[in-house]
Design a protein around this ligand. Structure first.
Ligand SMILES: [Zn+2]
Length: 484
């Protein structure tokens, strides 16, 4: 069996392991933040920690590097906490159970938090070293990136001297990310009323959809369980009268929903017709989405006779009207970069409550104006159905900088090491570089990272050999001088 202690580079994996031993889900970063502060103090490095637990550590240039441009190394302290359903685990008190097959590092039953623990591990390993040569380093660890970049939004950076920022929060080696979309979370709330009814209660669950990350996989045209449920209920309404008891789907605004459940009330004599129709619809959807969602299925369970509240007819009309007319998915592709999604939205969560139904979206665009136009459209639609809209977590796009000196240097160092030019790309997902660019005038950013797969899921894996190559690349980048 391969031990984690034996993985190379040892200093990086040793810090990574220490990080994984400390619970550090979003909004629970204090302990890891304190660990970084203690680390800096032990080494006599200058360190600041703000009230939300962002940390900045400064290490002066090594001898001969005093005149080089300072480099800001940045990553986020928090991780997404996902666990396998049957796995008993407490993210607030337990350390992750790391495992390796020698090729990949992963956590048993949970997310690994390679996103973005590896950035913290790299930075600590560099700061701890006496032998690595580097310019002045300004290390920035932010909190709550995964829940709306709250750390990057709130951080004070006036103490920094650097104008070059290396964000280590990407998942593909050999790619220099140079721009990303901006985003906002939109909550559309439509008021509803209930009325009393009786009949046969039926529960239908649309499940087994592929899902995915709305910033990274929206162009794959995978089915959205909430929208497909809306379509199914609209189709059903043409043939059968029913009442809605409950309706919910999806768990996160930025995840394409994989499951949606509805409970309806029908007349006893319509039960077999409903069963027949749902089976037909299910076959149609399975056929339509066989390439993207091969595991999709609709499960129908007949529950008992029931007496209780269902949505009033007019409330259901508004809900269904909204659900079947909302924009969703790709709205525009970039005209400048081939294959890049420019504007999109994802109806991630749908929740029917006692007083209203709530639709939660992740809206993204590389263009601020397009993001605003899409939000206006959602606002108009919500108001049309007598609802209200709220927006939170607005973050700016990180715009492409054509004359980036730092990116050019990073590409040159890469080419010198590997003989090939790295790819320069843009992503539709969000990175903190946009927010940070607003805080430091003329900031020149690049985002990189070692190969990772399955981030934000229990299948998350970190490629060990890639961690080593990126480490070597980082060291080469730091020691490559521009002066003299
Ligand atoms: Zn991340």
């Amino acid at each position: 069996m391969i031990k984690i202690e034996e993985l190379e580079p040892r200093e990086v994996f040793s810090y990574f392991q220490s990080i994984c031993n400390i619970p550090h889900g979003s909004y629970h970063e204090k302990e890891l933040s304190d660990y970084c502060v203690a680390f800096a103090k032990e080494r006599g490095l200058s360190v600041t920690q703000d009230s939300i637990f962002n940390v900045v550590i400064v290490k002066e240039a090594t001898k001969g590097y005093e005149l080089e441009e300072p480099i800001i190394i940045q990553g986020h302290l928090d991780m997404v906490c996902e666990k396998k359903e049957e796995f008993d685990f407490n993210f607030e008190t337990e350390g992750l159970k790391l495992e390796t097959d020698g090729k990949y590092l992963y956590a048993n039953g949970t997310t690994l938090g390679g996103d973005d623990g590896i950035a913290v591990a790299y930075a600590l390993a560099i700061l701890a070293s006496d032998s690595i040569q580097h310019p002045r380093l300004e290390v920035v660890f932010t909190v709550s990136e995964e829940v709306g970049m709250e750390g990057a939004a709130g951080i004070e950076l006036s103490m920094l001297r650097g104008k070059r920022l290396l964000n280590i929060d990407s998942e593909e080696e050999g790619i220099m990310l140079s721009s990303c979309a901006g985003g906002v979370r939109a909550y559309c709330e439509i008021p509803v009323l209930y009325e009393k009814s009786t009949g046969q209660r039926i529960k239908m669950t649309l499940r087994g959809l592929t899902g995915g990350h709305s910033g990274v996989e929206i162009h794959k045209w995978r089915a959205n369980a909430n929208l497909l449920m809306g379509r199914m209920l609209l189709q059903l309404q043409k043939e059968v009268t029913y009442g809605i008891i409950s309706l919910s789907g999806g768990q996160k605004d930025n995840a394409i929903p994989r499951e949606c459940t509805v409970e309806i009330l029908v007349e006893q004599e319509d039960v077999s017709l409903v069963q027949k129709l749902i089976q037909q619809f299910s076959k149609i959807y399975q056929h339509e989405y066989k390439m993207t969602d091969p595991e999709m299925e609709v499960e129908l369970v007949c529950l008992s006779e029931w007496e209780g509240s269902v949505l009033s007819k007019s409330s259901w009309n508004k809900t269904l009207g909204f659900l079947t007319s909302t924009p969703n998915g790709i709205q525009m592709m970039s005209m400048e970069i081939e294959g890049l999604v420019e504007t999109s939205l994802n109806l991630g969560i749908m929740e029917l409550g006692m007083e209203h139904i709530l639709f939660t979206y992740a809206v993204r665009s590389a263009k601020k104006s397009a993001k605003e136009a899409l939000c206006d459209k959602l606002t108009f639609l919500t108001n049309l159905f007598e609802g209200n809209i709220r927006m939170t977590g607005n973050y700016p796009a990180w715009e492409y900088k054509a004359d980036s000196v730092f990116r050019e240097k990073m590409c040159a160092v890469y080419e010198e090491m590997y003989g090939v030019r790295p790819k320069v790309e843009a992503v539709h997902a969000g990175l903190e570089c946009g927010l940070l660019s607003e805080k430091i005038e003329g900031l020149d950013c690049v985002s990189i990272g070692p190969n990772m797969s399955g981030i934000h899921t229990t299948e998350e894996m970190l490629d060990i050999a890639s961690v080593k190559r990126v480490w070597e690349y980082l060291l080469r980048l730091l020691e490559t001088k521009e002066t003299e």
